[in-house]
Design a protein around this ligand. Sequence first.
Ligand code: LLP
Length: 417
Amino acid sequence: MDDFRYVDGRLFCEDVAVEEIAREAGTPVYIYSKKTLERHFKVFDEAFSGMPHIVCFAMKANSNQSVVGTFAKLGGGADVVSGGELFRAMRAGVPAEKIVYAGVGKTVAEIEYALNSGILMFNIESEDELLTIDETAGRLGVKARVALRINPDVDAQTHPYISTGLKKNKFGIAIEHAMEGYRTASALSNIEVVGIHQHIGSQLTELGPFVDSLKKTVELVARLKDAGVDIKYIDVGGGLGIKYLDEDPPHPSELADALMPVLEGVGCTLIFEPGRVLVGNAGCLVTKVLYRKATEVKNFVIVDAGMNDLVRPTLYQAYHAVKPVMKKEGPEYVADVVGPICETGDFLAKDRTMTVPEGGDLLAVMSAGAYGFTMSSNYNSRPRAAEVMVSGGKFQVVRKRETYEDLVKGEALADFS
Ligand code: LLP
């Protein structure tokens, strides 16, 4: 469910015409609906209201200050994977005690930053990392709260690039070695073991993998308890999928109904790390048609957004619906929507049936609120797009379009040659 809809053939985000935003903010532009963000957060949060829990938004999906701040105001925490995300989370008003920090490659500087900030816990991905955190905490004279990220070896049945819970993936500590890992962690003098973490993948559309994985984790929590290790937090991870085309992912309440029985009696606070499900359908990317081109075998619609703005189609062959911002009558044809980047892989959509567009027409690439702007780059020296947030009848630029000067910020012409 989102708040993009047509009124008399014109696409609106809440009560604002998308065309008006494009006119003022230019294109390409990401547009987010505050109402959708708030609704998605509340639906997720309320689904688990039967148990103590914290919803830690996975900031990698969308780290714009206004987006993160919207969730923080509703009581949300953050799942961060870098010092940069930690900085953004706190700057947007997320309290440190609601921040969890995952990722296989935390640097000492990042660990120090997180320890000094007083985050809720580190989700540890390897024994080497554990030892580094212990040493760093010792040096700073603090205790580091940690959870071990367990790799349960469960097939998330999703795109291989976004599946993380299999033995062959680089994430977490194999479940068979978990007891050993916890024994090591408990013996370290600057470590306080507080939790357990799992995350098996992204864009999951079935409940089975969530349930299978959580069962394994809960069994482990019981064994740990017997061994004298008290687990206060079970971090269930993120991964709930959304509808891009014809997927039928479970509703958060269905996820809750499936997980609650598994968690009965465990007496832990739950942590969730949803990313995509909160923001994916709350945003779109609006782009302008530049040219039409036809070869003997294909029609192309060339637009002003490219793979540097939205890389998901290129990287995962992901489907994003493309809608006209202004519906019009006219002949239809089948075309690829492609960007200006000098790569064959630079496409936003393939083989779509559409009313033949004219130069200047606006198209909205839907479901682009998650892993859209955050994965964008300056490839081909293209300034990154503006971001706009809409609330009711108002809208505001929440990230300015980059300028050419921004492109060379921090660069120097070396003077020693
Ligand atoms: N927690 C951890 C530890 C994660 O690694 C991720 C995502 C999440 C939570 C949030 O997962 P979500 O609820 O958004 O599915 N760029 C890819 C997705 C990569 C996901 C990486 N990890 C895409 O565009 O599909």
